[in-house]
Write a protein that binds this ligand. Structure first.
Ligand code: ADP
Length: 219
């Protein structure tokens, strides 16, 4: 289904978001106050406009309130990022995603109503660190300070050809298997009798320390 997105700020994060959304067939209005950035995205975004998003009249005249998703991808100017997020929420945009510089900035963004706050640099740092120290953890998504969704590759023969009931990750590790990725397809909410094979990838939710415990057992 086609959705409409407005991206404010076409730095590295906003720009890459814009390209990926367009590639996946979505409509994107790109806004930046820098004319050179807009020229770069003129032929990529559905519409690209040079504007200062801190100006409420400008946002209104661009019809920002009619967008389902607004992404505030303003980098260093924390004051602008906060103000624009606030205005987008006040206009009634249902989904506002804002990019945070640090955890203080994130706290403020949530407080003023952002529906989603992302920390691309921090999240990528965590992912790269996990990939460097572990062969088995393929992906990692922090759900909170303590809990994560992790994708763990089944590489230890002790786990091969056994059902989820036999492996009993919940009892042994406190982890819930929410999906299995096998040869490019996903088995969502697998049943207890689903057999786990060599090179399957388990998508698990649980405490970080339990994910690490499983990772050690897998090695
Ligand atoms: P990144 O770290 O993602 O590369 P940058 O700080 O380089 O982020 O980019 C942020 C973008 O946001 C810049 O292109 C800048 O021109 C744009 N920007 C910053 N403030 C405003 C504003 N008030 N209105 C519109 N665009 C803005």
């Amino acid at each position: 289904m086609k959705q409409n997105f407005a991206i404010i700020g076409l730095g590295r994060f906003g720009g890459s978001l814009c390209e990926t959304l367009i590639e996946s067939g979505q409509e994107v209005l790109a806004i930046d106050r820098d004319e050179d950035r807009i020229n770069e995205y003129m032929n990529i975004a559905t519409h690209a406009v040079v504007a200062n998003a801190q100006d409420e009249m400008t946002l209104r005249s661009l019809g920002l309130r009619n967008f389902e998703h607004v992404i505030v991808a303003i980098g260093e100017d924390i004051q602008a990022s906060i103000l624009v997020t606030l205005m987008a929420k006040e206009m009634g945009v249902p989904n506002v995603t804002a990019k945070a510089q640090d955890s203080y900035h994130a706290k403020v963004l949530y407080k003023i109503g952002a529906d989603n706050v992302v920390h691309p640099e921090r999240d990528m740092g965590i992912k790269v660190a996990h990939n460097l120290v572990s062969k088995n953890i393929l992906d990692y998504l922090e759900l909170s300070d303590e809990y994560s969704l992790a994708e763990v590759k089944v590489t230890n023969r002790k786990f091969f050809d056994k059902s989820l009931a036999q492996l009993d990750f919940r009892q042994r590790f406190g982890l819930n298997v929410v999906a299995i990725r096998r040869e490019g397809h996903l088995i969502i909410s697998p049943m207890a009798d689903e057999i786990v094979f060599k090179d399957d990838c388990l998508l698990l939710i649980g405490a970080d320390e339990d994910v690490e415990r499983l990772d050690e057992k897998m090695s």
